[in-house]
Design a protein around this ligand. Structure first.
Ligand SMILES: Cc1cc2nc3c(=O)[nH]c(=O)nc-3n(C[C@H](O)[C@H](O)[C@H](O)COP(=O)(O)OP(=O)(O)OC[C@H]3O[C@@H](n4cnc5c(N)ncnc54)[C@H](O)[C@@H]3O)c2cc1C
Length: 471
């Protein structure tokens, strides 16, 4: 996730600043560039272009690790591993494996109904995809890749996206053969996964979760509906862990979405320059320690679900018609599930056996299941196609984790065999990868944001860095 990106939306043209500056050019001009940078900084500070305390900072310039700035220590609340262990396991084991796993054909194609079928407020102006009535984007607003003909998609379909081009889903897909997995009901989610003509396969690698420009009343309404009606924040002092779980999972997911917006942000629309927005990272996540804690909680919760479903995931068929790639997917899954470092350092990331013990357990489970199904249904109201794609995937991933941890229990229901759908497995692993990316980004960027705030030092925005490179 590091580096400044200047691509057209498909992630294929990632160009680091270092690549932009050719090696010979760089060495020959180093002294001159250094001197210019100093002058430029002085002028910019003096002219107020960089305000003291501004926290937006180019990642390529940022952060030496800052000793003593680790704010998060000790056991992650309600989990069984500490922050330091999570960070090091994530960096050394989980993140590298997951990054490879999600590029395999099995894990990169997600089946989804992208139509905006909002059951709650069908009058929402953002949500009129089905009849393609919102086709008002001016021609010039679309980047080149969206204008290219894409097989199986009419020009009308391509133009029929709400709002900004970066919010549109690229539907390009190679022809792949999928072996049918079972369609089984998930009591935690609302989606009907049965194949029909409304279902599309989306290549997730072509549609990274990133800034889309989706905001304002529509986005606010979704988050409000989720929090206010379906998982109200528990009062402080709440001791019932079950009541906390749902709120913390949603809040952790919300943090992760915000982290991805901040890490892959459209810094300059005119030139399609993408980079980090650390000011946004700080405002939405870092300066709310509870949101960071909830991110770690959600990560460990989902990790526990993946490791609990170990037998199932090991035996599953990762079949897409490409035997080499399918074997690679299977071996990466095993690498993840049986990693000795993970097993030694964090054998039980979250202990689900402690929950639902009281008399009201079954009733509470029923109530929370209903709330989560509602959240799953609300995803159909998200008024930006790409946000809806990732919202649906990640809520399905959370629903799958809940199903693994709470709906099937080898001890209390020995005859309940775990059954997962292919799409659930894809969602679960991609969610874990998203959370792993967020934890890594927060860990890596936190110290430099902290330092910049503490020292009230002027810092550089990526847009500013680009301006300098052009200078
Ligand atoms: C399902 C979904 C997916 C989205 N995906 C994308 C995307 O891929 N790209 C994109 O650019 N935009 C996406 N958005 C929009 C994005 O999440 C924000 O809503 C938008 O950027 C506006 O942000 P905001 O500053 O108004 O705060 P929001 O993030 O909208 O937050 C609204 C309120 O929720 C509370 N809140 C915020 N974070 C947390 C947290 N972690 N825990 C608890 N409470 C919190 C705060 O009170 C805040 O004011 C998505 C929205 C939804 C609903």
């Amino acid at each position: 996730m590091n580096g400044v990106k200047g691509d057209g939306g498909d992630g294929a043209g990632v160009v680091g600043v270092r690549t932009v500056m050719g090696a010979r050019w760089r060495w020959r001009w180093v002294p001159a560039v250094g001197a210019l940078l100093v002058v430029f900084l002085a002028v910019a500070v003096a002219s107020g272009r960089i305000a003291p305390g501004m926290t937006l900072l180019g990642s390529t310039i940022s952060s030496c690790p800052c000793k003593g700035s680790q704010k998060y220590t000790g056991i992650v609340e309600d989990c069984c591993c500490d922050y330091e262990t999570v960070d090091s396991l994530n960096k050394e084991v989980l993140h590298p494996i997951l990054q490879k796993l999600v590029t395999t054909p099995f894990f990169r194609y997600f089946k989804v109904k992208l139509w905006c079928d909002c059951p709650f407020w069908p009058d929402d102006g953002m949500c009129r995809l089905r009849d393609c009535s919102v086709c008002e984007c001016p021609e010039g607003e679309f980047p080149e890749p969206f204008k290219k003909p894409v097989s199986g998609l009419s020009a009308d379909d391509m133009m029929c996206q709400e709002g900004k081009p970066q919010a549109a889903v690229d539907r390009t897909i190679d022809t792949k053969v999928f072996r049918g997995w079972r369609v089984v009901d998930n009591p935690w989610t609302n989606d009907d996964e049965t194949d029909n003509e409304e279902m599309t396969y989306v290549n997730l690698q072509l549609n990274p979760e990133r800034y889309t420009g989706y905001s304002g009343p529509s986005a606010r309404r979704i988050w409000e509906a989720i929090y206010a009606e379906n998982c109200p924040k528990y009062p402080s002092g709440e001791t019932c862990p079950e009541k906390k779980v749902l709120y913390k999972l949603i809040s952790g997911l919300h943090s992760s979405i915000s982290v991805h917006i901040a890490s892959d942000y459209l810094v300059e629309e005119a030139s399609n320059l993408w980079g980090h927005n650390l000011e946004l990272l700080n405002d939405r996540v870092l300066r709310h320690p509870e949101r960071v804690r909830n991110l770690y909680f959600t990560f460990l919760f989902v990790l526990r679900a993946v490791t609990k479903a170990k037998d199932y995931l090991e035996q599953a068929e990762y079949s897409t018609g490409s035997s080499v790639e399918d074997l690679r997917a299977q071996s990466l899954v095993k690498e993840l599930l049986y990693n000795p470092k993970l097993q030694a350092a964090c054998p039980l990331p979250f202990d689900e056996a402690k929950l639902w013990k009281g008399q009201s357990g079954p009733e509470l489970m029923h109530q929370i299941q209903k709330q989560f199904r509602n959240i799953s249904a609300i995803m159909d109201c998200v008024g930006c196609e790409k946000c809806r794609l990732w919202g649906k995937l990640q809520v399905l991933g959370l629903g799958t984790a809940l199903k693994i941890l709470f709906s099937v229990d080898g001890q209390t229901h020995p005859d309940h065999q775990l059954q997962l759908q292919r799409n659930e497995v894809i969602a679960l692993v991609n969610l874990l990868n998203r959370l792993s990316e967020s934890v890594k980004f927060v860990k890596e960027m936190g110290p430099s944001v902290d330092r910049s705030l503490k020292m009230k030092m002027p810092s550089l925005s990526i847009a500013w860095v680009k301006g300098f490179l052009r200078f």
